[in-house]
Write a protein that binds this ligand. Sequence first.
Ligand code: ZN
Length: 114
Amino acid sequence: MNQDTLRRGPPPRKTSRSFPKIVPLPGGLYAERKRCNRPNCRCASGGEALHGPYLYRRWVEDGRLRRQYVKAANADRVREGLAEWRRLHPPARSARELIAELRWLFRQVEMEEV
Ligand SMILES: [Zn+2]
């Protein structure tokens, strides 16, 4: 095997390994600002003096609202996961839309039968 053969080999697939697959995540990302309730802390005056913002992902699981702290360094990855979940789970159409569509389809059938 000479140098030319080596150079013509398949290109290294480094990219796919350095970008792990996005994990779909339900829910949304929310920022919270907090009061620690220590009487002499700056946060007692509220507004911009509050602690944070801290990021949390909130989602519903088994009918219960769940909350998970998200480190700022992980915020972008969590956002990608949330977007991926929404892509995989488009919002269900409302019952009213479905009924309207069924009525429309039913009319089409009637028209064909006449
Ligand atoms: Zn405080």
